[in-house]
Design a protein. Structure first.
Length: 543
């Protein structure tokens, strides 16, 4: 190991004990990271990327997970078999990590301030006053507005993108020598993505920090990484300099990854179809309480007077930055949170209906949530999760019929029927999202609200899921309300687009019209960040 080498991994294997069998997740991989270098680990969900990254800090669930072979040295120190004291001195201090799913990585019982400050207390010995100042500084760096006001917020009070930014702030708190970023911009909108990538590059230059980027977003790799390791089924199939691999990919799998990109929608939406959803002047205001008696001081206007119309068989894309109100709008339309205004589904006014009155309509309106792990019960098998709606809405069908429908739903989303007896924790992030989609599809609803349904998926699977959703829409005349921060994905499936900012609609129209010729500065900035984000010769990201 050279003096400049920070990480040296040799012949690393990772296996998991599952009942009476052993599953090989990583098979004999070797790689290194120089000090101050940026290295990317790319591949599809389930290829072994995250397992490899977690192995560096020995964060896998031992003894269920174990290393049949291999060595991991960080700055010359062996990690496999290291004492807990040694591991604690490295985790969160010399090596920071941004995890893929922020909602499951953040403690729901602790405030943002407490979670970020904890590592400052442990590793830096800061006072409360010093830690608070540093937390505010970090939140500002990662683009969270009104940072001081959000110190007392809990994870559930933040949007998905904001939770991811809190995770990034935690990882950067102690200015580590190595930052492991496992899908760092998965839940972040495009404008913040550009800021985060620029921030990571600036911090790396200033601190001499090394970066290990684990991602399925090849655009991120192209902007940040100097070298790439391409991973497939637990092995490296190609490695080398970033520019060389993108210019001359040698392996068939690498060529497939580079070619996978959502294509613009070509087919025309059905004409003359009836209105399935009509929303008028919808408002969702959350009270901000304070003082000794907890009186309402102000309101957060998450959705502030939204009106929209959606026709049967069409797809309406809802786009905007994290915190713009996109997800809140979807939840309000589904009557999952309280709102004011009119919501008509197929001519029926949903506002004012009781729980029992709404229940028959639930089978016709389904949702796919942004965080698949948080929305799937860890105590239920995949088959039980998908069949739950059938049990509630079609209680007369037999057990065998339910199993057949669950199997068909799994096949539709590209999974094997045999997987229905496994549990959510046994699947990768992308596979869990496909399970969530299967759960929504099994009842063959009329309207599906899709909240970032592809944000956790690699590009190859994104394309498959988008093709699947298009095929199901044509086959069953489904209607989609598609919420996303990825305008490339929206362009591939939506007929019309609504651009939201601060709870209001700032622009709307036909998808190609809004994305090709935006009329407002905000919509133009979103489009520019999505389609024109490039890296110059120095590797510094710009918009």
């Amino acid at each position: 190991m050279t003096q400049s080498r920070l990480v040296d991994v040799n012949d690393l294997s990772v296996s998991f004990r599952v009942g009476n069998r052993t599953v090989e997740a990583v098979r004999g991989v070797s790689f290194h990271i120089e000090k101050g270098e940026t290295v990317a680990l790319v591949g599809e969900s389930g290829s072994g990327k995250s397992v490899t990254a977690l192995s560096l800090l020995q964060l896998l669930p031992y003894p269920r997970a174990f290393h049949p072979t291999g060595s991991i040295r960080i700055d010359g120190e062996e990690m496999i078999g290291a004492r807990e004291r040694t591991l604690r001195s490295i985790r969160g201090n010399r090596v920071g990590m941004i995890f893929q799913e922020p909602m499951t990585s953040l403690n729901p019982l602790h405030t943002v301030e407490k979670q970020i400050a904890e590592t400052l207390f442990v590793h830096r010995g800061m006072s409360r006053t010093q830690a608070r100042a540093r937390v505010i500084e970090l939140l500002g760096l990662v683009g969270i507005p009104d940072a001081e006001r959000r110190l007392g917020f809990y994870p559930h009070q933040l949007s998905g993108g904001q939770r991811q930014r809190v995770m990034i702030a935690m990882a950067l708190a102690n200015e580590p020598d190595l930052l492991i970023a496992d899908e760092p911009t998965t839940a972040v909108d495009v404008t913040i993505q550009a800021q985060i990538l620029t921030l990571l590059k600036d911090l790396q230059t200033r601190l001499g920090m090394a970066l290990l980027i684990i991602t399925h977003e090849l655009a991120i790799v192209q902007k940040l990484a100097e070298r790439i390791y391409v991973m497939h089924r637990g092995k490296f199939v190609e490695e080398g300099a970033t520019r060389e691999i993108f210019a001359h990919p040698q392996h068939e799998y690498t060529r497939m990854l580079i070619a996978s990109e959502p294509k613009p929608r070509r087919d025309a939406p059905p004409a003359g179809t009836p209105v399935i959803l009509e929303v008028k002047d919808l408002k969702v205001h959350f009270p901000v309480r304070g003082g000794f008696f907890g009186r309402t001081r102000d309101y957060i206007r998450a959705v502030d007077g939204i009106s929209l119309t959606l026709h049967e068989g069409h797809t309406l894309g809802i786009v905007g930055e994290s915190g713009s109100g996109k997800t809140t709008l979807g939840l309000a339309i589904l009557r999952l949170i309280r709102s004011d205004g009119s919501i008509k589904f197929r001519g029926t006014e949903l506002q004012g209906l009781t729980f029992n009155q709404l229940r028959p309509l639930r089978k016709d309106i389904q949702i796919v949530f942004q965080d698949p792990y948080g929305s799937l019960s860890p105590r239920m098998s995949v088959g039980e999760i998908i069949a739950e709606g059938l049990v509630v809405h079609q209680p007369r069908i037999t057990y065998d019929e339910r199993r057949e429908r669950v199997a068909a739903a799994l096949i539709e989303v590209g999974l094997e029927p045999e997987m229905m007896d496994r549990y959510p924790h046994e699947f990768s992030g992308g596979q869990r999202q496909r399970i969530s989609i299967a759960r929504a599809l099994v009842l063959k609803p009329r309207l599906i609200v899709l909240d970032e349904p592809t944000s956790a998926l690699d590009r190859t699977v994104q394309v498959q899921i988008l093709d699947l959703l298009r095929g199901l829409r044509e086959r069953y005349n489904l209607t989609y309300l598609f919420i996303s921060h990825d305008l490339k994905v929206v362009r591939s499936i939506a007929d019309r687009v609504v651009v939201m900012r601060n709870g209001k609609i700032v622009e709307e129209g036909l998808c190609e019209q809004v994305l090709n010729h935006p009329q407002t500065p905000y919509a133009a900035a979103l489009v520019k960040a999505s389609f024109d984000l490039v890296a110059d010769n120095s590797g510094v990201v710009g918009i």
